[in-house]
Ligand binder design. Structure first.
Ligand SMILES: C[S@@+](CC[C@H](N)C(=O)[O-])C[C@H]1O[C@@H](n2cnc3c(N)ncnc32)[C@H](O)[C@@H]1O
Length: 264
């Protein structure tokens, strides 16, 4: 079922005169972010974005006008430069750039039983995780870091319209030497940049294991391959859980759930 943007009679059954209030009620409904049979996760995510008032395609088009696309060579013949030395994926289709809401809903639903208090997204873009958290982990704190100002500002605008609490969003180059990764119970990384950049962040996170335990949810081939090959202590005590799209690694707690149960 496609979601029509800003209908007064909501497709989720809530009817309310104030559209903002209605949206706030809708995102608290369990079925709002759940996978929909017959609808791809990407299409569902696109529908939810426009229902929430995100203008992501417009912002991504503007970024592409201003900066060189990630797939173009870095030669001097092109007047546009890359956004930064970090890979910001300008030119990538927005629905590939971002983790679908239904995927986030699945891994947060599982991790909810561990009562996480702080969730950190390293390279957070439009901060979909914070929005899904308001549904599944309403009292947990979300911290997202993003280097592209335009993405950050759009996330702030939508967060303000949804009156989301417990969400901290910061403009930050996470590769800066001075950046300290905050303590968290769950770290989420979706291949935010090149292999060497992801490696640097994983090395910083690795040092935290001596002090505290946490989960890493990793999406993308680069981060998953790096963790498996070079960072065994993220997972060696516990067998990781692998879905097609993401993996969960635990530095200590037993991951005692069946993915097939979660998929049903
Ligand atoms: C693949 S997207 C994932 C976005 C989000 N975590 C999600 O899964 O929906 C990676 C994001 O990391 C951002 N990024 C890349 N390098 C970064 C850096 N050095 N510091 C902060 N953010 C960065 C990119 O701009 C992009 O928005």
């Amino acid at each position: 079922m496609a979601i029509e943007p800003h209908r007064k009679d909501s497709p989720f059954g809530h009817q309310c005169c104030d559209p903002q209030e209605q949206l706030r009620k809708e995102i608290l409904l369990d079925q709002f972010f759940k996978e929909k049979p017959g609808l791809s996760n990407l299409q569902q995510a696109k529908d939810i974005d426009s229902h929430l008032g995100f203008k992501i395609p417009k912002i991504e088009r503007k970024l592409l006008k201003k900066y060189r696309a990630y797939y173009k060579k870095s030669d001097s013949s092109n007047s546009k430069g890359f956004h930064s030395e970090s890979e910001t994926w300008v030119g990538l289709h927005p629905q590939v750039l971002l983790t679908p809401y239904a995927e986030i809903h699945r891994f947060l639903t599982f991790l909810k039983s561990y009562d996480p208090k702080i969730v950190v997204d390293l390279g957070a873009a439009y901060r979909r995780i914070g929005i899904v958290m308001s549904n599944i982990l309403p009292t947990a704190q979300f911290k997202g870091f993003e280097i592209v100002t335009e993405r950050l500002e759009e996330a702030k605008r939508v967060y303000a319209s949804l009156l989301l609490e417990n969400c901290q969003i910061e403009h930050q180059n996470i590769l800066d030497d001075s950046f300290e990764i905050p303590d968290a119970d769950i770290y989420f990384i979706y291949d935010f940049s090149k292999l060497e950049d992801i490696n640097l962040i994983l090395r910083k996170m690795y040092k935290k294991i001596q002090r505290r335990n946490f989960f890493v949810v990793a999406k993308g081939d680069t981060v998953r391959t790096l963790i498996e090959a070079k960072f065994p202590r993220f997972w060696s005590n516990q067998r990781p859980i692998h879905s097609k799209e993401w993996s969960i690694y635990s530095t200590s707690a037993k991951l005692n759930f069946s993915l097939s149960r979660l998929e049903n």
